[in-house]
Write a new protein. Structure first.
Length: 414
């Protein structure tokens, strides 16, 4: 019986895994420099946590969650995003603000798989909990841009909006409902329109996207406080020459957002051009049982970033150490070769050997594995206390003392 990947998932290996590792290790370094520390939360949480945070009438909760009952009948869900779990952890462990976390991991959404959209995908995200200052809005946007450009993505654009607080949204809801009433919407949108008309604006149905392309701007419904906050965010961005374009349609598909919302888009991705999205969520900590605490965060899709970088012909650096292959000629030599490989690995060289193949086939394998050097252990040379060192790039060979292998390799490898 042969099995296939589940639809919307993928295996990442060989050349591709370097890309993921490069993105993860570079992101870790940069995020730590910006004061974020890593948090790992479980891949599944109680279903209620997500439906309450993300919102019952969102696409994610209505259609996309991988929910199941465990053997004791608990309702659990594979995390569709990172923020809810991190805020749950923040409240559960009674952490004291300010807190800055980053997370790296897989997310699960039952979406229609296509290029750049999967059912299991990787996100790297940050959450800055505890500040209401517009400076933090700008800091996280600036960090997002800095990180994506350090990772190699150029020509980035910021879509920026403010979706206000509860007060502003009550005002805007009426205006939006009035606008939506006259539109021909999909069944889902008609059903959820009165409950949560904002979700109509992020419906993925093409007809809905077309007929709601110019909604009334929420910016005209902002209260004084939200207006001031947004104006300050824009002022700081302008002062630091961070360019953006305002997009009053940017509601971002999750109910917990308040005030500033943003996305970073790139032309490299075609229609699904958003690589990173985020915003403020000033009510979420309170809604999940904590003290009222403002917060802001973002996440980018690693899979989507890889696609964008590939499309931009970015050359991913290979961060792995150069490989040394240890080959042998006879059974007696194989034992010595095994000993040498063991010795070199404890000295932190990256070594590989094969126990079955002929010498010719071993050298072929060394080539396929892109070894930089091969140490050939032969009975004849062993008698002289030597091995052969073969440069795999030009095929040149020379004899070296067994005792001096490490020394020689260090000189060549660095
Ligand atoms: P969101 O969590 O919806 O705000 O999305 C943030 C980022 O995650 C997006 O900009 C994408 O890069 C990525 N993303 C979201 N959904 C998917 C998906 N189904 N497949 C791949 N990447 C995704």
């Amino acid at each position: 019986m042969r099995y296939k990947l589940v639809k919307g998932t993928k295996d990442i290996f060989l050349n591709d895994i370097n890309k993921w590792q490069y993105i993860e290790s570079t992101s870790k370094k940069i995020l730590e420099d910006f004061g974020y520390s890593e948090i790992r939360t479980p891949i599944f949480e109680s279903t209620d946590l997500f439906s309450r945070s993300i919102g019952v009438s969102t696409d994610i909760v209505e259609k996309e969650m991988y929910s199941f009952k465990d053997k004791k009948g608990r309702d659990l869900t594979l995390r569709p995003e990172g923020t809810a779990s991190i805020v749950r952890a923040y409240v559960e462990h009674s952490l004291v603000p300010p807190v800055k976390f980053y997370h790296i991991g897989t997310m699960y959404r039952y979406e229609k798989p296509q290029s750049g959209r999967y059912r299991e995908f990787y996100q790297i995200g940050i959450e800055a909990i505890g500040s209401i200052s517009p400076f933090i809005d700008c800091e996280v946007i600036d960090l997002a841009l800095f990180l994506l450009s350090k990772l190699g993505l150029t020509n980035l654009k910021i879509r920026l909006n403010s979706i206000g607080c509860r007060k502003c949204r009550e005002v805007y809801k009426k205006i939006l409902l009035e606008y939506l009433k006259k539109k021909e919407l999909c069944k889902d949108c008609i059903r959820r329109m009165n409950l949560n008309p904002f979700r109509v604006l992020d419906c993925k149905n093409e007809q809905c996207i077309r007929v709601t392309s110019t909604p009334p701007s929420i910016l005209n419904s902002l209260c004084e406080d939200c207006k001031k906050h947004f104006a300050e965010v824009k002022e700081i961005l302008a002062e630091y020459k961070i360019s953006y374009f305002e997009d009053p349609r940017l509601f971002r598909g999750l109910d917990y957002y308040t005030k500033t919302t943003f996305e970073i888009v790139t032309d490299e991705l075609g229609a699904k051009n958003s690589v990173l999205g985020g915003g403020r969520y000033d009510y979420l900590v309170e809604e999940l049982g904590g003290d009222s605490t403002p917060a802001i965060g973002w996440a980018f899709g690693v899979d989507r970033l890889v696609l964008a970088l590939e499309s931009a012909k970015f050359r991913f650096p290979d961060e792995s150490k150069k490989l040394i292959f240890i080959a042998w000629t006879t059974e007696t030599a194989k034992k010595q070769a095994f000993k040498i490989a063991r010795r070199l690995r404890t000295e932190e060289f990256r070594c590989e050997m094969n126990y079955e193949k002929s010498l010719k086939a071993q050298l072929k394998l060394a080539d396929r594995l892109e070894a930089k050097l091969t140490v050939i252990v032969g009975t004849h040379e062993l008698k002289e206390g030597k091995v052969i060192l073969r440069n795999m790039e030009d095929g040149s060979q020379r004899k070296i003392d067994i005792e001096k292998i490490e020394l020689e390799l260090k000189q060549i490898m660095c």
